[in-house]
Design a binder for this molecule. Sequence first.
Ligand code: IMP
Ligand code: MG
Length: 415
Amino acid sequence: MPIDAVLGLQWGDEGKGKIVDRLVKQYGYEIILRFQGGHNAGHTIYLEDGTKVVLHLIPSGIFHTTKLNLIGPGVVLNPEAFKKELDHLATLGVNCKDRLFVSSLTSIIMPYHTLLDTLCCGKIGTTGRGIGPAYEDLTGRKAIRVYDVVTGTKQSLTELLADILPIKNAIISHFGGTPITIDSMVDYLLEYKELLASFMMENMNRFILGSLDAGKLILAEGAQGTLLDIIFGTYRFNTSSLVTISGLNAYCGIPPQAVRKVFGIFKAYVTRVGNGPFPTELMNGIGDQLREAGHEFGSTTGRPRRCGWLDLPLLNYACQINGVTDLIMTKPDVLSVLDTFKVNGGYETKDGKSTPFFTPEKTGELIALNEFILDGFTDIHDPNFQDLLDLIASYVEPPIRMVSHGPARDEIITL
Ligand code: IMP
Ligand code: MG
């Protein structure tokens, strides 16, 4: 059987958590796989009884008790945050044991990563969770992985950290922070050794491929959004992982031809949290109205999200980069607070020319034309909503298959 993926097509916060939860129910995926990012993500789900849960690390399939949930090799995992999430789920009666596994290759986010993130990455407006510094160490061959911790001893971890910490401490001191001792880091890791051992899976890629051969359906759950990708995003103001479909192949050892459907999730307007260019941003009362109506405050950091009009060239770009096969729109209901609203179909460039194409490295130079002015709609059954669907279809190739029009589990229609 093939593997399907759910990916964000904007700057994150498209509503992926709810969609994963829904797709698992609808299509019966048996395995849900988080393949990149870390606890910078915030995937919000409302349970049957209305309880709101925000998941940061653990896949959104965890509430379906018969499903298996995997945290892949390309994720960066903070053991403290992991434990906190497990404990929180336990209070909701969700037991993760034997239903959740973490790859032995997964990198650990260390306390010095978190410290370095807050000391050095302020300009970007990161989530401050140590994500960037942890991925830097992975590429720099300085990561400590789950396997190192689970098989580690006081001596082996001391040796490992003796290679890593001097450089970290030099940077920490340069930025006015307090240097970190090897002993404290060894103790920190040993504290989580048993917990990690109880969730560790070796050869996760072999397990995934074997499951596919055995006819199991797998859903890969992307975090963040395409415009936050390390290569194809709005570079420097992005996250540090491969967010696009290529991450699934690169991080999990899954061959590209195993991928069947790519569900691309987009919001009917656009939001961005953190700094960086945003061509359709509304820095006025309308942006404030959307923020209030859409409850656009970060689910991880609580920061107010910047809001703007739906950007069709950007959506088209994200569809192409990811090979999206099915589009899913979220939150059009939020637009109903406006009598009219706009949609962007092109940009004016620095030299005064217009272009229908989004080019990531030029994002800061692009002025959105916002040339489409549409009449508002009361709900998704209003004919004016169909006008929005038709406009999107004229720009973007994949069909819109679903529309989520409210936070509750049943507020979603299939087209
Ligand atoms: P980092 O991922 O914490 O390094 O943050 C880098 C950029 O990505 C910042 O602008 C963050 O606000 C943004 N970001 C990271 N994770 C998410 C997410 O899950 N949703 C929305 N924005 C995110
Ligand atoms: Mg989020």
